[in-house]
Design a protein around this ligand. Sequence first.
Ligand SMILES: Cc1ncc(COP(=O)(O)O)c(C=O)c1O
Length: 457
Amino acid sequence: MTSTIDSSIRPVEDTPDAARRAYELDRRHVFHSWSAQDLIDPMVVSAASGSHVWDGDGNKYLDFSSQLVNTNIGHQHPAVVSAIAAQATKLCTIAPSYVNDARSEAARLIAGRTPGELDKIFFTNGGADANEHAVRMARLHTGRHKVLSAYRSYHGGTQLAVNLTGDPRRWPSDNASTGTIHFFPPYLYRTAFHATTQDEESHRALEHLEQLISFEGPSTIAALILESIPGTAGIYLPPPGYLQGVRDLCTRHGIIFIADEVMSGFGRTGKWFASEHFDVIPDLLTFAKGVNSGYVPLGGVAISPEIAATFGKRVYPGGLTYSGHPLATAAAVATINAMESEQIVQHAALLGETVIGPALRGFADNHVSVGEVRGTGVFWAIELVKNRQTREPLAPYGGSSPEMNQLVAACKSRGLLPFANFNRIHVVPPCNTSVEDTQTGLAILDAVLDIADGFAT
Ligand SMILES: Cc1ncc(COP(=O)(O)O)c(C=O)c1O
C-alpha cells in the first residue's frame, strides 16, 4: 500500500504572539459560517502538513475531517503548492472568455475521469454554485421547473442549493418558492418504509419516488439531484439497485439526473467518483472540494453531450468572473496528476477495505454506543446511540448534545480532529493518510468510544 505523506515533517508555524493576534482580530472582525457569533471559540490553525494541523499553541492534531472533507490529498502537497506558485508567476487571472492552458488541461483531466461521456466542463467557484448551474442547465434544457431532492442531503449554502438541501440548515432560508420538492431516500437504519432488508428498502424507496413523480406530474419536473453517496447527512450508501432505479425513472420521464459528487468525488470513496460503484451515468455531475484538495476555490459541472448541445447555438445564460480561474485550475491539474502518479485513489480504497472498515466493524462489536457503522474508501460514519434497541440518537436530529460535545473535546484533547454531525462521527481523513496515522486515529476513536459507552444503556 502506498503512503505519500511524511508525518514527521513539521512546517513553519506562527509564533504564539502572531496566533494570539490572529485570534483577537478574528473575534473582532470575522463573521463565521453557520454560527452564533458570540458562542464560538474557533481554533487557530497556524500550520498544516499532510494529514496534520498545528494550533496556535503548537499542539499537533491528526485531521480525521479533511477540514470540510476537501483536503483529499492532505495539506501542502509540494506538487500542488509548486503548481500554484508557477501559475502565479506566469498568469494569476484571466477572464473566462479567454482560453487558458491550465483551465483547458483541468477540463481534459476531469472529463477523462467522470463517468460516461460527460465531456464538457463548466467551472464554478465551489459546490453550491455548481448545483445552481446544473439546475439552471436542466431547466433550460427541459423547459420544466421543478427539482426533486432527498431529505437527509446537503447541496450548498446559496439560495437554491440550500432549498434543495434536505437537512435543518435549509429551514431558516426555505421560502418554498424555488420549485424544490423533497423525497425520502433509502436509509435502512432509520427506515421511512418499515423495511427490514436493504432490498426491501431499495424497492420501497423507489416505489415512493415513482409515486411522488406521478403525483407531481412528470412533465413538470426538470431534474432530480442526489448525492451519489450522501455525505454530511450520514454517509449512507444507497442499497443495491437504488441508484440504477433512480436513473431509469429519470430516463423514462425525461428528468435530468444530477449526481452531486461535491463531497464523494475525487477519490474519497476509493474510486474517482462514487457513481462508479453503482454503474450509473448521470446527465450532469457536480464537483468541487477534492478536485484540487481545496487549495484554491473551485467547483464545476460535467455536462452530457445532449445538454451541451442545447447550448450549441443558444446562449447559456450564466457565468462567473472566476470561472476556470488559472490558480484554481492549475491546482486541479497538479492534484489530479499527483493522485494518478501516487495511486492515491487506490490507496483510499485499500485504507477502507483493510484498515478503516475492519476497525469500525470491531467498534460496532465492542461498543454499546455504536448503532451502525457504514462507508467505503475514506468515507465512513459511526452512528452513536443511547440505546441499541430503540436506536435513540446520542444527539437529536438537527442538534448537538452535551454528550457529543464531550466526545469531540475528548478527541481533540488526544490530538485528533474529528468530523461530527448530530449523533455521528465521520471518519474522513485525507485519501493519502498513511496506514500508521490512520491506525493512530482509530485507536484514539476506540478510546473515546469507551466514554460514549458510558452514555448508553
Ligand atoms: C454534497 C455537497 N454538495 C454541495 C456542497 C456545497 O459546496 P460548497 O460549500 O463548496 O459551496 C457540499 C459542501 O459540503 C456538499 O457536501
